[in-house]
Design a protein around this ligand. Sequence first.
Ligand code: GLY
Length: 361
Amino acid sequence: MEGLGIPTVGPNKEAAKIETNKAFMRNLFAKYNIKGSLTYKFFDEYSEELESFIDELTEKGIKVVVKPVGLTGGKGVKVVGEQLKDNEEAKKYAKEIFESGLGGGRVLIEEKLEGVEFTLHGFVDKEHIKFTPFVQDHPHAYEGDKGPITGGMGSYSCPTHDLPFLTEEDIRVSKEIMEETVKALKKEVGGYKGILYGQFMLTKEGPKIIEYNARFGDPESMNILAILRSSFLDICKGIVEGNLNNVNVEFDKKATVCKYVVPMGYPENPVRGKEIYVDEEKIKNVGAILHYAAVNEEDGKLIMTGSRAVAVVGVADNIEDAEKIAEEATKFINGQVYHRSDIGKKELIKKRIEIMKKLRG
Ligand code: GLY
């Protein structure tokens, strides 16, 4: 696009490697000594070293993750003790990646981070980063964080723009990790511009980066954009023109809760081609924001394609009220669908706080 003279909010191919190439990302952290990295090794072929690396991590009590290095649409990551029964299955899976060429046919073995996940986005103009509120997504399909991993069933953010389980130090460190990443990208590839999405795990040692995405998170963007007070156009201009530092990036001090309504069977075996009934008027009356996602309009009907179908967002002074608005809105979306009613509810948030308390001792 830039080659055609079209101003572009988004990184070039080199800078986008922060998402598309896990080796690039991990090596950048090592080279520039950025905090929040983890134990890992890349392998170009199956070897005894790969086998012993897996065994050594397990002996130290560290859970092992096996990943293809390139993109696989989120389907390539497998963990010992979860999708992989034991170390032998992990080695077999690594062999399979080399043989099939999945995600570029290189393998990353790394430690599984234990803790609570959260998201931090930044607007970046190669030099400066302006942060948005912290958000927490819910990748598991079913209530109580059970079931298969999805694209994200819903998310919440707090009126204070932090999250209930984050300390001031966690917030400082998360921002520092992203600031250092932006500086390193400037030196390494001339700079990153666009939206940088940091997917973090809060571990007992503090925040660590699971991965970066060179885009907005889904559903997290619906939380952030619902309370953006500044002009999004001015922000985009600031990114393109490299003067983001002079652009006001402000958010309302409101809580947000987003819930996705998805087809029955999602994500593994979703119903497809079925009608979904959305009462726009009633959703508007409860004060929720409505977003259509994986639906098509056919003969005046809304037909689900099989992925996340419709999202509703509640905005209020506190999470409790925002949750009630979003939950109420889901009553006006019907068909062969389900959603997670626990997202944004006190009990689930409390569970996250408890997990961190226990981990931190
Ligand atoms: N929230 C997950 C994603 O956007 O990839």
